[in-house]
Design a protein around this ligand. Structure first.
Ligand code: NDP
Length: 480
């Protein structure tokens, strides 16, 4: 069986402890490869290699680093179909989605940060005739990057690209559930001319490898995307060490549908914002709040569209939803559907596992599920489910909609559907969310700040904020 290897100091290596974990294909429920069950010894080796490579990487200058990252982007593009197939096999997502979104956006991450660093400037402040201050931003050495399974290569590159562009070396851990695209990326680094030790990828379990990166004294900054509970654990360890921390965490995103919206456009996009990637995108809308006057019309039309979605083989071009990422995750999502019923919710469609034929009969598929009848305080409307499950709730007016939208501990993303420009601005200002999309969803300009409020995270990544995060700012004050 194929074995995925760590990438440390420019070499593909087995883990020091020679222990291995199984990698599953969600659509078949079978093991297709093994990955290193690494531990702190592998992280130590990676951190040492990264510290050693720091001077070489910086000596390349912005342009040299930019060129290396652009070459890496070109190599991913050259091998696009391989990456697409791996991403779909690892994660269960439709091949068409990996081809349309995940891999192109991973390439875009490298290209964006590789060119942004060329134009990155810092500030100067003149104090009349007293002094001049300028901000010297320097990379700090080694960054720790830890990413989740839902958009494996996209979110992995979202962290490592700015860290590398800014001049740091990296010790990174992809999710143990979906390691293959990061592994494939590691096989291209030498060809791209990235010096050994600049990017190190250590595979394995969060509580072992992730925890070792978090606690490592030679890694002064941690950029993490994942669940809120894991983020809290990372903060608990890293904060007393005074590490720089960026935490992109969970969400329970509201979609606000006002009666004056473009109904057809809203309906089409809301089906997508609910069920793309089986609802396993941190930005998916999971609570759909609908103005009471159009609630029945919306519910009936929405349920009809959702029933028409095709759950199936991820490699089939007609498939809308593939498998969810793991057996554990499938069971978690199904348990939330049971909870919704216990809480008095009505399942309008879906609500169960889908069993496909033949070699996919053991795959982890769930029918897209719509639930109504639950108020904002119910656990179903409070806790992140992170699967193909949405709830519907009516609202009476703007204030009611905003109250319900903000009534969770999370604050990642939100969507507003209205044709009233003033209402759009007014509501957007009052939503407690790091992103408000008005009459659209998942439209991303990488120059904008990205991140959540409340328990959805701290620190903003995206655009120049990410480059700033991955540098240490020093003020130099010169007396005139
Ligand atoms: P987890 O928090 O379980 O894991 C994220 C990463 O952290 C994985 O690589 C995991 O390793 C690792 N990890 C687990 N425990 C520790 C630990 N103690 N110390 C350090 N690292 C650890 O999240 P999921 O992978 O389940 O991803 C889904 C979550 O990610 C959802 O909550 C979703 O909302 C959130 N997310 C947020 C986004 C945002 O931009 N705000 C974007 C995408 C997802 P392992 O895989 O081995 O467990």
């Amino acid at each position: 069986m194929e074995r995925i290897l760590n990438f440390i100091d420019g070499e593909l290596r087995p883990p020091v402890g020679n222990a291995w974990l199984d990698v599953y294909e969600p659509a078949r429920g079978t093991v297709y490869a093994q990955l290193p069950d690494s531990d702190s010894r592998d992280v130590d080796l990676a951190a040492i290699a990264a510290q050693r490579a720091f001077a070489t990487w910086n000596a390349l200058g912005r342009e040299g680093r930019s060129n290396a990252l652009l070459r890496l982007a070109d190599l991913i593009e050259r091998d696009l179909e391989g990456f697409v197939a791996d991403e779909s096999r690892d994660n269960g997502k439709p091949l068409s989605l990996a081809r349309r979104v995940d891999i192109p956006r991973a390439i875009a991450n490298f290209r964006f940060f590789a060119t942004a660093i060329l134009h990155f400037s810092s500030e100067a402040h003149l104090m009349d005739d007293v002094a001049v201050n300028y901000t010297d931003r320097q990379p700090f050495g080694v960054a720790g990057c830890i990413s989740p399974w839902n958009l494996p290569l996209y979110l992995f590159t979202w962290k490592i690209a700015p860290a590398l562009a800014a001049g740091n070396c990296v010790v990174a851990k992809p999710s143990e559930v979906t390691p293959y695209t990061a592994y494939r990326l590691s096989t291209l680094c030498n060809e791209a001319g990235i010096p050994p030790g600049v990017l190190n990828i250590v595979h394995g379990l969060g509580p072992k490898v992730g925890a070792a990166i978090t606690a490592h004294p030679g890694i002064p900054a941690i950029s993490f995307t994942g669940g809120t509970r894991t983020g809290a654990e990372i903060a608990r360890v890293a904060a007393p060490m005074f590490k720089k921390l960026s935490l992109e965490l969970g969400g329970k995103n509201p979609v606000l549908v006002f009666a004056d919206c473009d109904f057809e456009q809203m309906l089409k996009t809301t089906v997508r914002s609910s069920f793309t990637n089986q609802g396993q995108i941190c930005l998916c809308g999971s609570r759909i709040l609908v103005e009471r006057s159009i609630y029945d019309r919306f519910r009936d039309a929405f349920v009809e569209r959702v029933r028409a979605l095709r759950v199936g083989d991820p490699s089939d071009a007609t498939t809308d939803l593939g498998a969810v990422v793991s057996k554990d995750h499938m069971e978690k999502v199904l348990s939330y559907i049971d909870l919704a019923k216990e809480e008095g919710g009505r399942v309008l469609c879906g609500g169960e596992r889908v069993v496909l034929q033949d070699e996919m009969s053991n795959g982890w598929f769930i029918a897209p599920t719509v639930i109504e009848g639950l108020g904002p305080a119910r656990r179903t409307n409070q806790e992140e489910i992170f699967g193909p499950v949405v709830t519907l709730q009516p609202f009476d007016d703007d204030a009611d909609a905003i109250r319900s939208a903000n009534a969770t501990p999370y604050g990642l993303a939100s969507v507003v559907w209205t044709s009233d420009l003033q209402r759009a601005h007014r509501v957007a200002r009052q939503l407690q969310a790091g992103i408000v999309w008005v009459n659209c969803w998942m439209v991303r300009d990488l120059r904008t700040p990205f991140g959540g409020m409340k328990q959805s995270g701290v620190g903003r990544e995206g655009g120049l904020d990410a480059l700033r995060f991955f540098t240490e700012a020093k003020n130099v004050c010169i007396k005139l």
